[in-house]
Design a binder for this molecule. Structure first.
Ligand SMILES: Nc1ncnc2c1ncn2[C@@H]1O[C@H](COP(=O)(O)OP(=O)(O)O)[C@@H](O)[C@H]1O
Ligand SMILES: [Mg+2]
Length: 339
């Protein structure tokens, strides 16, 4: 069984990516999908959203094999093999493989094995290491019979993220309405295409090797990295900033998305963001609901009057529930997952 891997990626940080994955994970599980979340950002913000500090500290200090994504792949940096992931059960149908600040220590192994995987022999070890995130993801998914794997990563184009993208079937791109997000988007498309092509070469090299028949059970990710759309985040916008400034950037996104990500140079310039089928949603600025939800360690749409969500807040909670449900259903349709 291969569970679909959905990665949220943008090489510009602070666009609300982690909060978005947190909420979508809860929404998919409330729609009765079995979800496993893999925190592949060494900053581990998503892990901190799900688990309290004491729990995270105990996981990190014990350094049990398999207890974080890094602890699963770490044996590969020596003579060992991948370890079975130990998942945290967050709620019914919702599981997390915690992130790890030490994950950055794996970057060197990944960049070192990238050229080795194109050699004529001794390919198994490099291919095992380069696909190790995918191997762990699929072990985790098999363990809990997951319908979907959701992945958070840091905002860069380094070797860790390349390996995560190699493990990815579908990519969602969260964007802010500013120069930096637009610039990031321009780099993203060509980078994804390049990684996809380079991984295909490695797959071909492996498939044509004399070593492959020796490892009949060794499966590899296809590196599809199919972009399914982008999200516009309104919350990055300063409340005192004129609407015109937001509009100026946001209306350039449809063109840049087509040019960079879809590699379609013959694009019409006049598609407005609100009419763009590739725009999966505009994420609202949820203001005080965000800290309220963080305090109660819940998604905003699960806040109750006992948590302080009364009056207009209660309406906003209902609105958020509807927004995230619509988004989850849209994503499910894009990846052909029945809900
Ligand atoms: N929809 C939203 N409305 C208001 N604030 C938000 C929203 N989404 C995220 N934030 C806040 O913006 C900051 C950055 O969000 P985060 O999800 O960590 O972004 P990223 O993962 O892209 O760095 C956090 O302080 C978060 O609480
Ligand atoms: Mg983040």
């Amino acid at each position: 069984m291969r569970a679909p891997v959905l990665t949220f990626f943008n090489n510009k940080g602070g666009v609300g990516k982690t909060s978005l994955i947190y909420h979508l994970a809860w929404m998919f599980s409330s729609l009765r999908k079995r979800v496993v979340i893999i925190d592949l950002d060494p900053q581990a913000n998503l892990t901190a959203a799900f688990l309290d500090e004491d729990k995270i500290e105990s996981i990190w200090s014990q350094q049990n094999i398999g207890s974080t994504i890094y602890q699963c792949v770490k044996p590969l940096t020596g003579v060992g093999d991948i370890s079975e992931p130990i998942l945290q059960n967050i709620a019914t149908d919702l599981y997390l493989l915690p992130g790890d600040v030490n994950l950055s220590g794996y970057e060197d192994a990944l960049s070192g094995e990238w050229p080795n995987s194109m050699g004529d022999n001794n390919l198994y070890r490099p291919m095992r290491i380069l696909s190790s995130f995918w191997q762990v993801m699929q072990m985790a998914a098999t363990k809990i019979q997951a319908d979907i794997i959701l992945v958070d990563i840091g905002p860069n184009l380094g070797a860790i993220n390349r390996s995560v993208l190699v493990a990815t079937d579908y990519v969602v791109i969260p964007l802010g309405a500013d120069l930096f997000s637009l610039q990031g988007l321009k780099n993203l498309g060509p980078t994804l295409r390049s990684w996809k092509g380079l991984w295909q070469k490695r797959l071909d090299n492996w498939n044509g090797s004399t070593e492959k028949p020796m490892f009949p059970n060794f499966q590899l990710p296809l590196g599809l990295m199919q972009p399914i759309g982008y999200l516009c985040q309104q919350h990055g916008v300063r409340l005192d900033r004129p609407v015109k400034a937001y509009d100026k950037w946001v209306q350039r996104i449809p063109h840049v998305y087509r040019e960079s990500v879809l590699n379609n140079a013959l694009v019409a310039d006049n598609i407005r963001q609100e009419d763009d089928p590739y725009c999966l949603a505009t994420i609202k600025h949820y203001r005080s609901l965000i800290p309220m939800a963080q305090e109660h360690r819940k998604p905003i749409f699960a806040l109750t009057s006992a948590d302080g969500a009364i009056g207009s807040h209660a309406n906003a909670v209902q609105g958020a529930k509807q927004d995230f449900k619509e988004l989850a259903l849209k994503i499910a349709a894009q990846i052909q997952m029945t809900v």
